[in-house]
Design a protein around this ligand. Structure first.
Ligand code: SF4
Length: 308
Protein backbone atom coordinates (compact mmCIF):
# COMPACT_ATOMS: atom_id res chain seq x y z
CA UNK A 1 0.00 0.00 0.00
CA UNK A 2 1.24 3.53 -0.81
CA UNK A 3 1.94 5.88 2.04
CA UNK A 4 -1.35 7.55 3.05
CA UNK A 5 -1.86 11.31 2.90
CA UNK A 6 -1.92 12.51 6.49
CA UNK A 7 -3.47 15.82 7.59
CA UNK A 8 -3.61 17.09 11.13
CA UNK A 9 -6.81 19.03 11.78
CA UNK A 10 -8.44 20.86 14.65
CA UNK A 11 -11.95 20.08 15.69
CA UNK A 12 -14.11 21.93 18.20
CA UNK A 13 -15.97 19.03 19.74
CA UNK A 14 -14.63 15.55 19.68
CA UNK A 15 -17.75 14.11 21.33
CA UNK A 16 -20.79 14.29 19.07
CA UNK A 17 -24.39 13.67 20.06
CA UNK A 18 -25.36 10.56 18.18
CA UNK A 19 -28.48 9.44 16.33
CA UNK A 20 -27.33 5.86 16.49
CA UNK A 21 -29.66 3.72 18.61
CA UNK A 22 -26.67 2.01 20.23
CA UNK A 23 -25.12 5.08 21.93
CA UNK A 24 -25.67 8.65 23.07
CA UNK A 25 -22.37 10.05 21.85
CA UNK A 26 -20.00 9.03 19.11
CA UNK A 27 -16.33 9.83 18.71
CA UNK A 28 -14.12 9.45 15.69
CA UNK A 29 -10.55 10.54 16.45
CA UNK A 30 -9.74 10.38 12.72
CA UNK A 31 -11.44 11.19 9.42
CA UNK A 32 -10.90 8.43 6.91
CA UNK A 33 -9.46 5.01 7.60
CA UNK A 34 -6.29 3.46 6.24
CA UNK A 35 -7.68 -0.04 6.69
CA UNK A 36 -9.29 0.75 3.34
CA UNK A 37 -11.95 -1.96 3.38
CA UNK A 38 -13.39 -2.39 -0.10
CA UNK A 39 -16.93 -2.46 1.29
CA UNK A 40 -16.57 0.39 3.79
CA UNK A 41 -19.93 2.05 4.54
CA UNK A 42 -18.08 4.97 6.12
CA UNK A 43 -16.67 6.01 2.75
CA UNK A 44 -19.69 8.35 2.46
CA UNK A 45 -17.70 10.56 4.85
CA UNK A 46 -15.73 11.79 1.86
CA UNK A 47 -18.76 13.82 0.81
CA UNK A 48 -18.91 15.64 4.13
CA UNK A 49 -15.23 16.34 4.54
CA UNK A 50 -14.22 17.56 1.09
CA UNK A 51 -11.94 14.62 0.35
CA UNK A 52 -11.64 13.60 -3.27
CA UNK A 53 -8.93 11.00 -2.73
CA UNK A 54 -9.75 7.32 -2.84
CA UNK A 55 -11.12 5.98 0.47
CA UNK A 56 -8.31 4.43 2.48
CA UNK A 57 -5.57 6.64 1.01
CA UNK A 58 -5.97 9.61 3.37
CA UNK A 59 -6.32 10.18 7.07
CA UNK A 60 -7.13 13.35 8.99
CA UNK A 61 -5.78 13.24 12.51
CA UNK A 62 -8.00 15.22 14.86
CA UNK A 63 -6.86 17.50 17.64
CA UNK A 64 -9.29 19.00 20.11
CA UNK A 65 -9.24 21.09 23.26
CA UNK A 66 -9.04 18.87 26.31
CA UNK A 67 -12.53 17.68 27.27
CA UNK A 68 -13.86 19.93 30.00
CA UNK A 69 -15.66 18.32 32.89
CA UNK A 70 -15.55 14.70 31.62
CA UNK A 71 -17.65 13.68 34.66
CA UNK A 72 -20.71 15.11 32.93
CA UNK A 73 -20.62 12.06 30.66
CA UNK A 74 -20.98 9.67 33.59
CA UNK A 75 -23.31 6.81 32.68
CA UNK A 76 -23.61 7.93 29.02
CA UNK A 77 -22.87 5.50 26.24
CA UNK A 78 -20.02 6.51 23.99
CA UNK A 79 -19.23 4.76 20.73
CA UNK A 80 -15.67 5.12 19.45
CA UNK A 81 -15.18 4.32 15.79
CA UNK A 82 -18.48 4.68 13.93
CA UNK A 83 -16.84 6.04 10.75
CA UNK A 84 -13.16 5.28 11.26
CA UNK A 85 -11.05 2.64 12.96
CA UNK A 86 -9.74 4.24 16.16
CA UNK A 87 -6.84 1.77 16.10
CA UNK A 88 -5.69 2.25 12.52
CA UNK A 89 -1.90 1.84 12.16
CA UNK A 90 -1.34 5.62 12.47
CA UNK A 91 -2.78 5.55 16.01
CA UNK A 92 0.53 4.06 17.05
CA UNK A 93 2.18 7.39 16.15
CA UNK A 94 -0.53 9.99 16.87
CA UNK A 95 -2.19 8.32 19.89
CA UNK A 96 -5.42 10.33 19.48
CA UNK A 97 -7.59 7.47 20.69
CA UNK A 98 -5.30 6.95 23.65
CA UNK A 99 -5.44 10.69 24.41
CA UNK A 100 -9.24 10.56 24.33
CA UNK A 101 -9.30 7.64 26.75
CA UNK A 102 -6.89 9.38 29.08
CA UNK A 103 -9.08 12.50 29.09
CA UNK A 104 -12.18 10.42 29.88
CA UNK A 105 -10.56 8.15 32.47
CA UNK A 106 -12.51 8.18 35.72
CA UNK A 107 -15.52 9.96 34.14
CA UNK A 108 -17.79 6.91 34.42
CA UNK A 109 -18.68 7.02 30.71
CA UNK A 110 -19.64 3.65 29.18
CA UNK A 111 -17.39 2.78 26.26
CA UNK A 112 -18.08 0.87 23.13
CA UNK A 113 -15.10 0.55 20.80
CA UNK A 114 -15.08 -0.96 17.33
CA UNK A 115 -11.89 -2.03 15.58
CA UNK A 116 -10.19 -4.45 13.20
CA UNK A 117 -6.86 -4.13 14.95
CA UNK A 118 -4.90 -5.57 17.84
CA UNK A 119 -3.16 -2.26 18.52
CA UNK A 120 -5.94 -1.82 21.09
CA UNK A 121 -4.02 -4.27 23.32
CA UNK A 122 -1.71 -1.34 24.09
CA UNK A 123 -4.65 0.33 25.89
CA UNK A 124 -6.13 -2.69 27.61
CA UNK A 125 -5.15 -1.55 31.10
CA UNK A 126 -6.63 1.88 30.49
CA UNK A 127 -9.83 0.52 28.90
CA UNK A 128 -10.33 -1.85 31.83
CA UNK A 129 -10.76 1.15 34.14
CA UNK A 130 -14.00 2.17 32.37
CA UNK A 131 -17.29 0.65 33.56
CA UNK A 132 -19.51 -1.40 31.23
CA UNK A 133 -17.05 -1.40 28.38
CA UNK A 134 -17.50 -3.38 25.23
CA UNK A 135 -14.99 -3.90 22.43
CA UNK A 136 -15.91 -5.34 19.06
CA UNK A 137 -13.80 -6.82 16.29
CA UNK A 138 -15.10 -7.23 12.76
CA UNK A 139 -14.47 -10.74 11.52
CA UNK A 140 -16.37 -11.82 8.42
CA UNK A 141 -14.10 -14.65 7.32
CA UNK A 142 -11.53 -17.11 8.64
CA UNK A 143 -9.87 -17.17 5.22
CA UNK A 144 -6.83 -14.90 5.43
CA UNK A 145 -6.59 -14.64 1.63
CA UNK A 146 -10.12 -13.29 1.30
CA UNK A 147 -9.43 -11.00 4.27
CA UNK A 148 -6.30 -9.64 2.58
CA UNK A 149 -8.29 -9.03 -0.61
CA UNK A 150 -10.80 -6.97 1.34
CA UNK A 151 -8.81 -4.83 3.80
CA UNK A 152 -5.41 -3.63 5.00
CA UNK A 153 -6.12 -4.37 8.65
CA UNK A 154 -4.36 -7.04 10.72
CA UNK A 155 -4.90 -10.75 10.15
CA UNK A 156 -7.93 -12.57 11.50
CA UNK A 157 -5.61 -14.57 13.73
CA UNK A 158 -4.42 -11.35 15.41
CA UNK A 159 -7.98 -10.03 15.81
CA UNK A 160 -9.03 -13.29 17.46
CA UNK A 161 -6.04 -13.18 19.80
CA UNK A 162 -6.83 -9.59 20.81
CA UNK A 163 -10.48 -10.48 21.43
CA UNK A 164 -9.41 -13.38 23.62
CA UNK A 165 -7.02 -11.19 25.64
CA UNK A 166 -9.77 -8.65 26.35
CA UNK A 167 -12.27 -11.36 27.25
CA UNK A 168 -9.81 -13.02 29.61
CA UNK A 169 -9.17 -9.60 31.16
CA UNK A 170 -12.89 -9.35 31.96
CA UNK A 171 -13.87 -6.86 29.22
CA UNK A 172 -17.05 -7.69 27.29
CA UNK A 173 -16.27 -8.47 23.68
CA UNK A 174 -18.28 -8.62 20.49
CA UNK A 175 -17.61 -10.53 17.30
CA UNK A 176 -19.09 -8.40 14.58
CA UNK A 177 -19.68 -10.79 11.67
CA UNK A 178 -20.05 -8.10 9.11
CA UNK A 179 -20.48 -7.70 6.31
CA UNK A 180 -21.65 -11.21 5.56
CA UNK A 181 -20.64 -12.09 2.01
CA UNK A 182 -23.17 -14.54 0.51
CA UNK A 183 -21.54 -17.89 -0.22
CA UNK A 184 -18.20 -16.76 1.27
CA UNK A 185 -18.67 -15.89 4.95
CA UNK A 186 -18.82 -19.14 6.91
CA UNK A 187 -20.86 -17.82 9.84
CA UNK A 188 -21.09 -21.10 11.71
CA UNK A 189 -17.31 -21.64 11.56
CA UNK A 190 -16.73 -18.12 12.92
CA UNK A 191 -19.24 -18.70 15.72
CA UNK A 192 -17.52 -21.96 16.67
CA UNK A 193 -14.20 -20.12 16.80
CA UNK A 194 -15.34 -17.17 18.94
CA UNK A 195 -18.10 -18.47 21.17
CA UNK A 196 -15.81 -19.08 24.15
CA UNK A 197 -14.26 -15.60 23.99
CA UNK A 198 -17.09 -13.17 23.34
CA UNK A 199 -20.37 -12.03 24.86
CA UNK A 200 -22.13 -10.96 21.70
CA UNK A 201 -22.14 -12.07 18.08
CA UNK A 202 -23.56 -9.50 15.74
CA UNK A 203 -24.66 -10.43 12.22
CA UNK A 204 -25.03 -7.95 9.43
CA UNK A 205 -25.56 -8.61 5.76
CA UNK A 206 -23.48 -7.11 2.97
CA UNK A 207 -25.21 -4.09 1.48
CA UNK A 208 -24.01 -2.84 -1.86
CA UNK A 209 -24.70 0.77 -2.62
CA UNK A 210 -22.78 3.61 -4.17
CA UNK A 211 -19.30 3.39 -5.61
CA UNK A 212 -18.23 0.16 -3.98
CA UNK A 213 -21.01 -1.93 -5.53
CA UNK A 214 -19.12 -2.22 -8.81
CA UNK A 215 -15.85 -2.90 -6.97
CA UNK A 216 -17.36 -5.84 -5.10
CA UNK A 217 -19.34 -7.17 -8.07
CA UNK A 218 -16.22 -7.10 -10.26
CA UNK A 219 -14.24 -8.83 -7.53
CA UNK A 220 -16.85 -11.61 -7.25
CA UNK A 221 -16.95 -12.04 -11.00
CA UNK A 222 -13.19 -12.41 -11.13
CA UNK A 223 -12.45 -14.42 -7.97
CA UNK A 224 -15.71 -16.28 -7.31
CA UNK A 225 -17.41 -16.54 -10.74
CA UNK A 226 -19.59 -19.42 -9.53
CA UNK A 227 -21.18 -17.03 -7.02
CA UNK A 228 -21.82 -14.24 -9.49
CA UNK A 229 -25.38 -15.37 -10.41
CA UNK A 230 -26.27 -15.34 -6.69
CA UNK A 231 -24.84 -11.82 -6.25
CA UNK A 232 -26.71 -10.72 -9.34
CA UNK A 233 -29.97 -12.04 -7.84
CA UNK A 234 -29.36 -10.35 -4.52
CA UNK A 235 -27.82 -7.05 -5.54
CA UNK A 236 -29.20 -6.36 -9.00
CA UNK A 237 -32.60 -8.07 -8.75
CA UNK A 238 -33.06 -7.18 -5.03
CA UNK A 239 -34.07 -10.71 -4.16
CA UNK A 240 -33.96 -11.20 -0.38
CA UNK A 241 -34.73 -14.91 -0.29
CA UNK A 242 -31.04 -15.74 0.41
CA UNK A 243 -31.14 -13.72 3.64
CA UNK A 244 -34.51 -15.10 4.70
CA UNK A 245 -33.24 -18.67 4.26
CA UNK A 246 -29.97 -17.85 6.03
CA UNK A 247 -31.83 -16.30 8.96
CA UNK A 248 -33.88 -19.49 9.31
CA UNK A 249 -30.81 -21.70 9.07
CA UNK A 250 -28.91 -19.68 11.69
CA UNK A 251 -31.84 -19.66 14.06
CA UNK A 252 -31.90 -23.47 13.93
CA UNK A 253 -28.11 -23.63 14.33
CA UNK A 254 -28.21 -21.32 17.36
CA UNK A 255 -30.90 -23.44 19.00
CA UNK A 256 -28.80 -26.57 18.47
CA UNK A 257 -25.69 -24.84 19.85
CA UNK A 258 -27.60 -23.52 22.88
CA UNK A 259 -27.12 -19.87 21.91
CA UNK A 260 -29.82 -17.20 22.15
CA UNK A 261 -30.74 -15.78 18.73
CA UNK A 262 -32.39 -12.42 19.21
CA UNK A 263 -33.09 -9.08 17.58
CA UNK A 264 -32.57 -7.02 20.74
CA UNK A 265 -29.18 -7.16 22.36
CA UNK A 266 -29.27 -7.88 26.10
CA UNK A 267 -25.67 -9.08 26.33
CA UNK A 268 -24.56 -6.31 28.71
CA UNK A 269 -26.92 -7.47 31.42
CA UNK A 270 -26.18 -11.18 31.14
CA UNK A 271 -23.69 -12.96 33.33
CA UNK A 272 -20.23 -12.36 31.86
CA UNK A 273 -19.55 -16.08 31.42
CA UNK A 274 -22.90 -16.93 29.82
CA UNK A 275 -22.67 -18.10 26.21
CA UNK A 276 -22.78 -15.22 23.71
CA UNK A 277 -26.08 -14.00 22.33
CA UNK A 278 -26.46 -13.75 18.58
CA UNK A 279 -28.11 -10.61 17.26
CA UNK A 280 -29.39 -10.61 13.71
CA UNK A 281 -29.23 -7.17 12.15
CA UNK A 282 -29.95 -8.17 8.57
CA UNK A 283 -31.19 -5.23 6.57
CA UNK A 284 -31.22 -2.87 9.50
CA UNK A 285 -30.94 0.16 7.24
CA UNK A 286 -32.10 2.66 9.83
CA UNK A 287 -28.84 2.51 11.73
CA UNK A 288 -26.85 3.57 8.69
CA UNK A 289 -29.25 6.35 7.74
CA UNK A 290 -28.88 7.73 11.27
CA UNK A 291 -25.10 7.48 11.08
CA UNK A 292 -25.09 9.47 7.84
CA UNK A 293 -27.30 12.18 9.28
CA UNK A 294 -25.10 12.42 12.36
CA UNK A 295 -21.95 12.68 10.28
CA UNK A 296 -23.46 15.34 8.01
CA UNK A 297 -24.44 17.44 11.01
CA UNK A 298 -21.11 17.08 12.66
CA UNK A 299 -18.98 19.08 10.19
CA UNK A 300 -15.23 18.93 10.21
CA UNK A 301 -12.78 21.69 10.93
CA UNK A 302 -9.89 23.17 9.03
CA UNK A 303 -6.62 21.51 8.19
CA UNK A 304 -3.71 22.51 10.40
CA UNK A 305 -0.77 20.92 8.68
CA UNK A 306 -0.48 18.51 5.83
CA UNK A 307 2.07 15.91 5.00
CA UNK A 308 2.16 12.70 3.07
S1 SF4 B 1 -11.99 -0.59 9.35
FE1 SF4 B 1 -14.10 0.15 9.35
S2 SF4 B 1 -13.97 2.37 8.98
FE2 SF4 B 1 -12.02 1.45 8.41
S3 SF4 B 1 -12.18 1.12 6.19
FE3 SF4 B 1 -12.77 -0.77 7.26
S4 SF4 B 1 -14.99 -0.70 7.46
FE4 SF4 B 1 -14.26 1.39 7.00
Amino acid sequence: MNKPIINEIETKNILTKSNLPVCEYSVNPYVGCTHACKYCYASFMKRFTGHTEQWGTFLDVKYWKEIKNPAKYKGKELFIGSVTDPYNPQEEIYKRTRTLLEELKGSGVKLSISTKSDLILRDLDLIKTFPNTRVSWSINTLDENFRADMDNAVSIERRLAAMKAFYLAGVRTTCFISPIFPGITDIKAIIRQVKSQCNLIWLENLNLRGGYKSVIMNYIQEKYPQLFPLYHEIYDCKDRSYWIALDKELKAYAAEAGLAYVTNDDSMTRNFHSPPVIVNYFYHEQIKKSARKGAARKGESHARTARS
